[in-house]
Design a protein around this ligand. Structure first.
Ligand code: KIV
Ligand code: ZN
Length: 520
């Protein structure tokens, strides 16, 4: 492999590409940029910023990331088509270190049914694509898609071609999450035997979680010699998702004495990255999720609590501070001024100035009036919530709810439309939140149906900020959104309106897009 330190495992983050392909997720350019900046702080080696040919929005986001995010390699995905590779190049070319990632399937199932071509043609396409990409950039990654269900001999031939044409990374995807760790190890060992040039490039693995084995398979890949792991924050991605970045990073960190490998991940940034991705995608993190779930460091049974109180390591293999879940003690009160807020935000890594600072200060004051202490977690939730205001989206402007135990609740809401006009709507519903959601439908003139609703507290305490996640369905498509406020109804309204904006953005993108066949 090419990396100098043989024990260093590169972390290739695909949250913004494979992760963004999860149903219901639709991030705008500003949100993608915010996540990419945080991924850079987290210390990932490669950010796969998107699939530029798929839509002008994807292209623009990849280009913005390439131009503004320093540190990691910025990769753009491309099929083997010339137009895809050229679009990926145009989008990433301004990065300090651009990469083109091109792929084609090597499994017969995909070759016959999806690509409707032959093995010979696949070899030709791989050869031409890598050669073309190498004319643009030095750093080219090639993936034989659905490799683990493909004939290993044929996949080896294709990989050998890619290496001969100058690919610098060969990535082996378990596209449908089908393989098992011992099988994957054997597969990679066989590839090493069949493709001698594989030792001269970086071997990478990209595993999906359909059978819950994405992290185990990625780890098997690393033990077999891979030195790049493709993964996504909170494990988001197509279907059951990708290998979860935080689990891979903490596995290699925690078991380093035994495994002897390391990554460049700044582990104390893990929890924050997870929260940011969850808020911006609207995908809540399950409470028992390894490393970043709310209960990942909670001890319920008396015996466990007793043990941890006596000695933390009796029941904890990691320290919550190592992943940034504790130890952040910035606290502001209702008398804190704009300067203190700006400074606190800077400590958290947010550069907020001008109008954005005024807006954040206004929200901070509203919250500080209702809450005794505003903590780092509150600030982070507030700023992330505030930064999401998108000029081309609906905004939840105000609400009025009349609720009593004797009459069904009645809500009236004001929603600012993308063109700036404010419209109101009213509804009498089964509960106050139901009434607000229907009133929003009435104001915006859409007929969305609520599919999931969840309320979490940002911190502990009776005055904690509430964080609401909703998934709604519009025109047969899911869309997710999240909102934060000290008032649950307001948080719910914000979340619902965001999900509507995401659905609208997704529908508009799809109307402008050419359908991309064989999207992984
Ligand atoms: O799952 C897959 O095969 C992919 C490739 C593009 C790497 O996402
Ligand atoms: Zn994938």
């Amino acid at each position: 492999m090419t990396s100098q330190d043989p024990n260093r495992v590169l972390i290739f983050d695909t949250t913004l590409r494979d992760g963004e392909q999860s149903p219901g997720i639709s991030l705008n350019t500003g949100e993608k940029l915010e996540i990419a900046q945080q991924l850079a702080r987290l210390g990932v080696d490669v950010i796969e910023a998107g699939f530029p040919i798929t839509s002008p929005g994807d292209f623009e986001a990849v280009q913005a990331i390439a131009r503004n995010v320093d540190g990691p390699i910025i990769a753009g995905l491309a099929r083997t088509h010339v137009a895809d590779i050229d679009a990926a190049y145009e989008a990433v070319k301004d990065a300090e270190r651009p990469r083109i990632h091109t792929f084609i399937s090597t499994s017969d199932i995909h070759i016959e049914h999806q690509l409707q071509t032959t093995r010979e043609d696949v070899k030709g396409q791989a050869r031409a694509a890598v050669a073309h990409a190498r004319q643009h950039v030095e750093d080219v990654e090639f993936s034989p898609m659905d490799a683990t269900r493909a004939d290993v001999e044929f996949t080896a031939e294709v990989c050998a071609i890619a290496v001969a044409e100058g690919a610098t990374t060969i990535n082996i995807p378990d596209t449908v999450g089908y393989t098992m760790p011992h099988e994957f190890t054997a597969y990679l060992e066989r590839l090493y035997e069949l493709v001698p040039g594989l030792r001269e490039v970086t071997l990478s693995v990209h595993c999906h979680d359909d059978l819950g084995l994405a992290v185990a398979n990625s780890f098997a890949g690393v033990l077999a010699g891979a030195r790049q792991v493709e993964c996504a924050v909170n494990g988001i991605g197509e279907r059951a998702g990708n290998a979860s970045l935080e689990e891979i990073a903490m596995l290699l960190h925690t078991r380093a004495p035994d495994v002897g490998l390391h990554t460049g991940i700044v582990t104390t940034e893990i929890a924050r990255t997870s929260r940011l991705v969850s808020r911006l995608t609207g995908y809540a993190v399950q409470p028992n999720k390894a490393v970043v779930g709310r209960n990942a460091f909670a001890h319920e049974s008396g015996i466990h609590q007793d043990g941890v109180l006596k000695e933390r390591t009796t029941y904890e293999i990691m320290d919550a501070r190592t992943v940034g879940l504790e130890g952040n003690d910035i606290v502001l009160g209702k008398h804190s001024g704009r300067h203190a807020l700006k400074q606190a935000l800077e400590e958290l890594g947010f550069e907020v100035d001008g109008n954005a600072l005024n807006q954040a200060f206004k929200r901070f004051k509203e919250i500080a009036d209702r809450k005794k202490q505003v903590t780092a977690m509150d600030l982070e939730a507030l700023v992330t919530d505030e930064m999401r205001e998108d000029l081309d989206a609906f905004t939840f402007a105000w609400f009025d709810v009349e609720a009593s135990s004797r009459r069904p609740p009645h809500a009236t809401v004001g929603v600012r439309m993308p063109d700036g006009e404010e419209r109101s709507g009213s509804f009498t519903g089964d509960g106050p939140v139901d009434a607000v959601f229907h009133a929003i439908n009435a104001a915006t003139g859409v007929d969305a149906k609520l599919r999931e609703f969840r309320v979490d507290a940002v911190t502990s305490g009776r005055d904690a900020l509430g964080e609401v996640s909703v998934v709604l369905e519009l025109g047969g498509r899911p869309a997710a959104g999240q909102g934060v406020s000290t008032d649950i109804i307001e948080a719910a309204g914000r979340a619902y309106v965001r999900a509507l904006s995401n659905a609208r953005r997704r529908a508009r993108l799809e109307a402008r897009e050419e359908p991309v066949a064989a999207t992984p």
